[in-house]
Design a binder for this molecule. Sequence first.
Ligand SMILES: O=c1ccn([C@@H]2O[C@H](COP(=O)(O)OP(=O)(O)O[C@H]3O[C@H](CO)[C@H](O)[C@H](O)[C@H]3O)[C@@H](O)[C@H]2O)c(=O)[nH]1
Length: 378
Amino acid sequence: MTVGSVLVTGGCGYIGSFTALALLEADYNVVIVDNLQNSSKDTIDRIELICGKRPEFYNIDIRKEEDFDKVFDAHPDIDSVIHFAALKAVGESGEIPLEYYRTNVYGTICLLSSATKHNVSNIVFSSSATVYGDATRFENMIPIPEICPIGPTNPYGRTKATVESLITDHVEAQRNNLKKEGKSGDHWNAALLRYFNPAGSHPSGVMGEDPQGVPYNLLPLLAQVAVGKREKLLVFGDDYASKDGTAIRDYIHILDLAKGHLVALNYLRDHHPGVKAWNLGTGKGSTVFEMIKAFSDAVGKELPYQVVGRRAGDVLDLTANPTKANTELKWKAERTLYDACEDLWRWTKNNPQGYRQSPPQELLDKLKEDQKAGKPMA
Ligand SMILES: O=c1ccn([C@@H]2O[C@H](COP(=O)(O)OP(=O)(O)O[C@H]3O[C@H](CO)[C@H](O)[C@H](O)[C@H]3O)[C@@H](O)[C@H]2O)c(=O)[nH]1
């Protein structure tokens, strides 16, 4: 028995694949579209390995509305979409902003236009805490609540903020237009999920983040230092106004984040709230030095680093106030930073080539044992 069918754009990527897994485990049908530019199709096999169900997959370009049309035509049961597909490197977004707007903004226009033709009216959008920019410019806005005015500091963040407006305008227009026709527009809903820094891997060690090319996020880079692929971590600035001078982020375990998408989708389907923004974070900030220490502890050795200058576009503190999601969605991050570091290390040491090699037999045997014993994996 399935509870519904969901299109997951970018479903082979890090957060997308874990969300696809959470949806399948909650008995949703999942259809993934992904162009595999920064992800691997092997993700699909790992999802199936863990939950015994396989999402459908289409390799499409989200900048082509007709590609979406074909997928929706083939799956008339889809009524919801979770939209991850996007370019996401902050630094790169300053070098090729047109590509960022073309993929992130125009790609979303293609999605919404096609979705509308096919009566797909629940939209969960993968936004980012980046939309807030430097929240320390206001008084009392750390940890950051959703009412904090947005003000992204880089083109990537501005594409996310633009897409939030785009989705809001479209959903509100659909609701109003249907009302004018004397119909209910209540089935048009959107969740704008502003999440903080995703971290960690699946506890089984068979699924994790597998960035293609050079990673640019702190934890994947630290993981490369731990396995000797990189000599040391460069710490971008120790002159911030934090307790140790390094910048503060709210690191949230990937399984908690994936669950947040599931509960947001269920909330849209059950409560028809219109458009809502929710922060998905833990409410606890950690500095870069604290993260180096936490991951070094998980690895069991000191990881070398060198302090260099600040990275352009970085801000001092992005820590969530997750109260709104805690109360409205009844969702709370349950896993600790320690869990995230342990899980990331298990994934990294067992899969040094990411998805390009099979996981070690002992992990597969352990997974089977846990499944037989009915142990919940997520
Ligand atoms: O080699 C590195 C990489 C990062 N950092 C520092 O580590 C912290 C985290 O940096 P990440 O690049 O891992 O993450 P960001 O906070 O810059 O951005 C991430 O989290 C954001 C929300 O908080 C957005 O979601 C964004 O898409 C995502 O990449 C920052 O203070 C950064 O300066 C380093 O010191 N050295």
